[in-house]
Design a binder for this molecule. Structure first.
Ligand code: C2E
Ligand code: MG
Ligand code: MG
Length: 640
């Protein structure tokens, strides 16, 4: 019986299809893709050589012996490299990061080296196969050893997949298991019937499956913009850091794009982003440009294309406007530059630094470029550490709620208080909410913190029956992110119900930003809560926009004058007019006023004359712990 080469032909067709798809698609040279391309090349070459050797064996009489030996040896060397390379693929797949350890390397190399030795010496030993004029091509005992080594690699790949299954998703696990079973069946079948050349075909199918499930090149690109994405960015940076290559990263945040969506629509936004992506790819090369998210890009600068050169090119282009529809739009590009290994040593640090410095660069003006240096990196370091502390504090519920009493001008005593969250860390000491609240918002922890504070205030009021000491209500701050929650009102009402509290016991303080960012959701939440008797306070009035429309459009009960406005009014005539007439306007609109930051008798007198209803400030009390607050108000109640 002759050899059946149809399966080899099919194997070549399948592998070529995978190879074409693989190389046509945008992908990134990571360890995984390099190993996968080695697998594709190897199986293609060995399928072709398998067919060639079938021919040369069947025509052994015409083909010189040494050529037959050489071709068969080459075939066996390539073919037997497939399972170790696959094993290497599984090792990488199961690793979260880092290099292969020495033990893994030895596992990949040593059995194959033994195979290679047997194959190389076979013309002298005849151990794997022999070619002789009478019998033609015959297998020796060594062929069995090669099969066993292949089975060993397959089994090891299987065991590794089972051991590290947590690192793989369900699809990846299924494919690896199927691959193992297919390999074992085809190796055994091949051992039993050496005429049926089925192995190459099953390998080709396995590679197709692996390609489809494990390695999806689209994971690395942004389809809309035709650039690499953040996943690719992380992969490439990891590879460069592993290989200790020097490079700089230029972080770019295009400023002003958000207004485009509002005025010209989402299509124009996409169109503009695409223009920017194309410009960047053209200016610095396709392989260096990465789209991160929103309006953020990153460029990797190395070799002759320095970070400064990249920045210069970008600045030059952004001096001219971009086109969207028929409009000409000028955009600002705050940028930051971070270099490895001078400034950062891990990918996470680079991502954190880009995020941090992009914000800083925005503040540095339109053409702002922030260069990482020791000083600026200290802030990144601190931000990073505070986020870690926050994460732990959220899990361990390590926050405390302090209270700052609020003095009623009319009743001449404390009638309420503002609840202010506190975070203390053994190493960092007291961390100000001004520092950690924005970080908690950025890192998705604010909702939990918000609910914790709200619940704690309810518990405090209920347990200590604070109304017995004249405290009618307590103000709780809501963050912008909380105001964006569709069901915020339900969450808050449920907690109050749990403690059987009257709804008017708690006032909610929000800032103008919340009103701007989440107007519709906020309005719905406000309506639901106000209907039940809760009051909303506008916090920090006199900072930010202080838009009169906010006062008109939203049903605020009370306006809190920000401490900075109060303080500057005491030093500056213009600010004094602003404060005075703002307060007159607010009073005319029938809203109450709390002045924050009242530190002196003189300030209190002036504010009282202007019609202020409540004072909050160090003159009366700093924020204090719950116990201290109770002491204060108890003492006042007794004194009264
Ligand atoms: P805020 O809501 O405007 O709170 C008033 C801040 O002014 C408090 O700072 C308070 O200690 C301070 N303050 C009041 N009177 C005086 C004074 O006479 N002199 C001086 N120098 N400062 C005074 P704190 O506690 O550091 O809070 C800062 C900000 O953090 C708050 O500003 C609020 O925006 C935010 N925050 C605090 N607790 C929470 C919370 O539970 N949730 C949310 N979302 N934000 C909170
Ligand atoms: Mg407040
Ligand atoms: Mg305030």
């Amino acid at each position: 019986m002759g050899y059946e080469v149809q399966y080899d032909v099919a194997a070549v067709i399948v592998t070529v299809a995978v190879a074409v798809h693989f190389f046509y698609k945008k992908t990134v040279n990571t360890r995984m893709t390099i190993v996968l391309s080695a697998l594709i090349y190897l199986s293609l070459a060995s399928a072709v050589l398998d067919m060639v050797t079938v021919y040369t064996i069947e025509h052994a009489k015409e083909v010189p012996h040494w050529i037959n030996y050489l071709l068969n040896q080459a075939y066996l060397l390539l073919f037997n490299a497939i399972t170790p390379i696959y094993y290497m693929y599984v090792v990488y797949l199961n690793k979260e990061s880092g290099r292969m350890r020495m033990r893994d390397r030895l596992q990949v190399i040593v059995p194959y080296a033994a195979d290679a030795l047997l194959i190389a010496t076979t013309p002298f030993t005849g151990y794997v196969f022999a070619m002789d004029p009478q019998n033609g091509y015959t297998y020796g005992g060594g062929m069995f050893v090669l099969y066993m080594v292949a089975l060993l690699y397959v089994a090891a790949s299987f065991v590794r997949t089972v051991l590290f299954r947590k690192n793989l998703n369900k699809g990846q696990r299924m494919i690896t298991y199927c691959y193992t079973v297919a390999c074992i069946i085809s190796i055994v079948a091949q051992m039993l019937t050496d005429q049926l050349l089925i192995i190459q075909f099953s390998i080709a199918i396995a590679i197709l499956l692996i390609y489809l499930s494990l390695e999806n090149p689209e994971d690395f690109s942004n389809k809309l913009l035709g650039t690499y994405n953040e996943t690719a960015f992380v992969e490439i940076l990891s590879t460069m850091i592993r290989n200790k290559r020097e490079f700089s990263v230029v972080g770019i945040r295009v400023h002003g794009l958000q207004y485009i969506t509002k005025t010209l629509g989402a299509t124009s936004w996409n169109h503009l982003l695409k223009q920017i992506a194309e410009f960047l790819q053209h200016a610095v090369g396709k392989k260096r440009v990465f789209y991160l998210s929103g309006s953020r890009f990153a460029v990797i600068a190395k070799g002759t294309m320095t970070g400064d050169a990249v920045i210069h090119k970008i600045q030059e282009r952004f001096q001219r406007p971009f086109k969207a529809d028929d409009a000409e739009i000028s955009l600002a590009v705050p940028m930051c530059m971070i270099s490895y290994p001078e400034h950062v040593d891990t990918v996470e640090n680079i991502l954190d630094a880009i995020e941090y410095f992009s914000d800083a660069a925005k503040g540095a003006g339109n053409a702002g470029v922030v260069y990482a240096n020791e000083e600026t990196l200290k802030n990144v370091g601190r931000e990073f550490q505070v986020v870690q502390i926050l994460k732990r504090a959220v899990v361990d519920k390590k926050f405390e709620v302090w209270y700052q009493p609020i003095y009623s001008v009319e009743k001449k005593r404390f009638t309420s208080a503002e609840a202010l969250v506190r975070l203390t860390d053994e190493e960092f000491g007291v961390i100000s909410p001004d520092e950690f609240i924005p970080l908690a918002e950025k890192n998705g922890m604010i909702l939990e913190i918000g609910v914790y504070v709200f619940r704690e205030v309810c518990r405090f009021m209920k347990t200590h029956q604070v109304w017995n000491y004249g405290i009618e209500n307590i103000d709780v701050n809501l963050s912008v992110v909380q105001c964006m929650q569709e069901r915020l009102y339900e969450t808050l009402l449920d907690i109050m119900d749990e403690y059987c509290l009257d709804y008017h016991c708690i006032n909610l303080e929000i800032t103008e930003t919340a009103a701007v960012v989440s107007s519709e959701t906020l309005e719905r939440n406000m309506r639901q809560l106000i209907r039940r008797g809760m009051h909303f306070f506008l916090d920090d009035y006199g900072t930010g926009f202080s838009n009169t429309a906010t006062l008109i459009d939203y049903p605020f009960h009370t306006i809190k004058m920000d401490k900075t406005l109060v303080w500057s009014a005491m030093k500056n005539k213009k600010a004094m007019h602003a404060l005075k007439y703002s307060m007159a306007m607010i009073k005319a609109m029938q809203m109450e006023i709390v002045a924050e930051g009242v530190e002196t008798q003189e300030q209190a007198k002036i504010l009282e004359a202007m019609g202020c209803d409540f004072f909050q400030g160090y003159l009366y009390s700093k924020p204090v712990s719950g116990a201290e607050f109770l002491n204060k108000v108890r003492a006042e109640a007794i004194y009264a």
